[in-house]
Ligand binder design. Structure first.
Ligand SMILES: O=C(O)CCC(=O)C(=O)O
Length: 253
């Protein structure tokens, strides 16, 4: 569990690194599942936007009771998992993730999500660890983004350069098995990996069920902005009940 200070840090800074760590067996399981996935789907070498549709086995990690306890501490007792993805940065030529806010990509209203980012390898500045701007979530607003038309990025919406100061960035240096939690509005990104060490990161995206996962909006964002089509995500209720009464939990593949 997070202590009171860590919960306050999450609210204040928009992110926190808990004391928690996955065991080496749990990490081995994630790495093997990811290797199997890439053997079948090499097209997801850099970024896999929807792990659960390809291998529901990743749900074991998403259902980790201690992780769920921590998520509940920051977004409340009723929440659902709406996605899990993999940002793998292979050694030497791992792609960068441009500066962005997650909310720019997601069809959730009102916008809310706590991301659990799992370090599957040690993540350092050399191999492209996650970087955040502390406190940048505070006004709960989406800043201006533009589309990046390039092959060397994992995601294609980036913050306009005048919307942030990279000099304010904090490196989230994590050892394999450590996790960070971040807010949907925080400004973040990561550099390319040109080092000799891979930097794999797995994400779990949890939203409070006071929000609605809007499938029509997902379709529209896909059609008008070219964003990955999230309209077919299965929502997994992880704790509590659907407070909005509008979420659709039917299984989808
Ligand atoms: O792992 C990365 O490089 C980027 C991750 C990210 O943007 C996210 O988890 O929202």
């Amino acid at each position: 569990m997070l202590n009171e200070q860590q919960v306050a840090t999450y609210q204040e800074n928009g992110y926190v690194v808990p004391d928690f760590r996955l065991t080496s067996d749990e990490l081995t399981e994630i790495r093997s599942a990811h290797d199997r996935l890439l053997a079948k789907h090499p097209e997801f070498r850099d970024y896999c936007p929807n792990l659960l549709a390809l291998d529901p086995g990743f749900l074991t990690t998403a259902r980790h009771p201690e992780i769920l306890d921590m998520v509940g501490q920051v977004i409340g007792p009723d929440f659902a998992l709406w996605n899990s993805s993999f940002f793998a940065k292979p050694q030497k030529n791992g792609k960068r993730t441009p500066w962005h806010q997650d909310g720019e990509y997601w069809p959730i209203r009102p916008l809310a999500t706590c991301t659990v980012w799992i370090a599957v390898d040690d993540a350092t500045p050399e191999n492209g660890c996650l970087r955040v701007i502390s406190g940048s979530h505070k006004d709960s607003s989406l800043k201006q983004h533009r589309t990046v038309d390039a092959d060397d990025v994992t995601l294609h919406q980036e913050l306009m350069p005048d919307q942030y100061n990279e000099g304010d960035a904090v490196d989230l240096v994590l050892e394999a098995g450590q996790i960070s939690l971040h807010d949907v509005f925080i400004l973040h990104g990561s550099e390319a990996n040109t080092s000799a060490k891979a930097r794999r990161g797995m994400t779990l995206r949890f939203m409070p069920t006071t929000s609605v996962f809007d499938r029509d909006r997902a379709r529209e964002m896909h059609e008008t902005m070219g964003i990955v089509d999230h309209s077919h995500r299965t929502l997994y209720l992880m704790r509590g009940s659907d407070r909005s009464g509008e979420n659709d939990f039917r299984m989808r593949m």
